[in-house]
Design a protein around this ligand. Structure first.
Ligand code: NAD
Ligand code: ZN
Ligand code: ZN
Length: 374
């Protein structure tokens, strides 16, 4: 069948993207789902910094590639062997398909699935196949999802079925921002009530971490960004102390406000300066959790003696250390119970044709979560 998709052909287009148009909206050929795959009619797809990082070359991927990975949709057709999804089911898509058989999957860490990571690196589905074509040329899938498209063929293992009564547009956020940001707090850090947190970088992911700290019963919640408007949003979501990262005394002020530093700092900005700040605002014995994905050649110089003599911990968090089929319904349940108000993070609803302008807003650090709505 034919569908319309946002395709990235080169990695050299500079902002403003509304003019350079890195994403071309094209009629593209979509094969029928193969064994273990499904055809999804997309409902909504969020604009995440990880998409922007492919566009601006920070996270190079094979091109041409149909982008987008934070999405919800409805099953239109199931491939051979798919017995637990049927036509009409609502799904949230997850950007690492988990095979269920490799060592990380068996250890209960499907976010680290090895065949899933391998397929994502190559731009294929978990099956190793590409189901997208422009004429005779195969088009790569973005992390098994390629959600900035009216339809997608994905692995069954990229889908979590949703049985709750949630607006499909809001459901899209659970595929990345919520799984990643909230999961970093509850799964990776395992915060307990009365502890303190700092969130550095208040985009869709960081604001979900802030909501995670609130839901975990954090006493002090420090919110830090370069953009003052983000600090105002953070206050309205439960931050107890906000400060601009440009303040020359930012570290001293956070330590003063939290009586020596925070138990957990969450680095969700994606730059080395933010990582350094996140490490330095923790207390002695504190933990820094980072979910951001800076350029692979950017290294962070760590003062090793402080790690040892102050018993600090640094943890990476990929998709919020999630088990998708456990966590997506659990987090949606929290939202429906009023305990995870992700509706307050919803930004502009865009048409697919306006997507390049949406990435200009994200690039300027202005967006919470803008979404393409189909
Ligand atoms: N680990 C994962 O599974 C995973 C999943 C999704 C996104 N990510 C990564 O998480 C990061 C955040 O994603 P997002 O979509 O929320 O991004 P975003 O662009 O919406 O938000 C980033 C925020 O960081 C702020 N910022 C930039 N530099 C800063 C600095 N030096 N100090 C403080 N704040 C600063 C920006 O103003 C912005 O508000 C990105 O690196 C993204 O690639 C990782
Ligand atoms: Zn994302
Ligand atoms: Zn696996």
């Amino acid at each position: 069948m034919k569908t319309r998709a946002a395709v990235l052909h080169t990695l050299d287009k500079q902002a403003p993207f509304a003019e350079s148009k890195p994403l071309k909206i094209e009629e593209i050929e979509l094969d029928a789902p193969g064994p273990g795959e499904v055809l999804v009619k997309m409902k909504a797809a969020g604009l995440c910094h990880s998409d922007l990082s492919v566009i601006n070359g920070v996270r190079p991927r094979p091109v041409p590639m149909a982008l987008g990975h934070e999405a919800s949709g409805q099953i239109m057709q199931v491939g051979e062997g798919v017995s637990d999804l049927k036509v009409g089911d609502m799904v949230v898509l997850v950007f690492v398909p988990s095979c269920g058989h490799c060592m990380p999957c068996m250890e209960g860490r499907p976010a680290l699935c090895e065949p899933g990571a391998d397929a994502n690196g190559k731009g294929t589905l978990l099956s190793g196949q590409r189901r997208l074509h422009l004429g005779s040329q195969a088009v790569n899938h973005h992390v098994g999802v390629s959600a900035f498209a009216e339809h997608a063929v994905v692995s069954r293992r990229s889908c979590v079925k949703i049985e709750q009564d949630i607006d499909p547009v809001e459901a899209a956020l659970f595929g990345c921002a919520v799984l990643t940001g909230f999961g970093a707090v509850v799964n990776t850090a395992k915060m307990t009530p009365g502890q303190s947190a700092a969130v550095i970088g208040l985009g869709g992911v960081g604001l979900c971490s802030l909501l995670g700290a609130v839901a975990s019963g954090a006493k002090d919640i420090v919110a830090i960004d370069l953009n003052d408007s983000k600090l105002e949003i953070a206050k309205s979501l439960g931050a107890t102390f906000t400060i601009n990262a440009r303040d020359p005394d930012v570290i001293a002020k956070v330590k003063e406000a939290t009586k020596g530093g925070v138990d957990f700092a969450f680095e969700m900005a994606g730059v080395i300066q933010a990582m350094e700040l996140s490490y330095r605002v923790t207390k002695r014995g504190g933990t820094t959790v980072t979910a951001s994905l800076p350029h692979p050649q950017h290294n962070w110089p760590l003062q090793q003696v402080s790690l040892v003599a102050e018993e600090r911990t640094i943890k990476g968090s990929y998709i919020g250390s999630c088990v998708p089929s456990r966590d997506v319904p659990r987090y949606i349940g929290l939202y429906l119970a009023g305990k995870l108000p992700i509706n307050k993070l919803m930004g502009e609803r865009l048409k697919l044709d306006d997507i390049n302008r949406g990435f200009d807003k994200l690039d300027a650090g202005e967006s919470m979560r803008d979404l393409v709505v189909f």
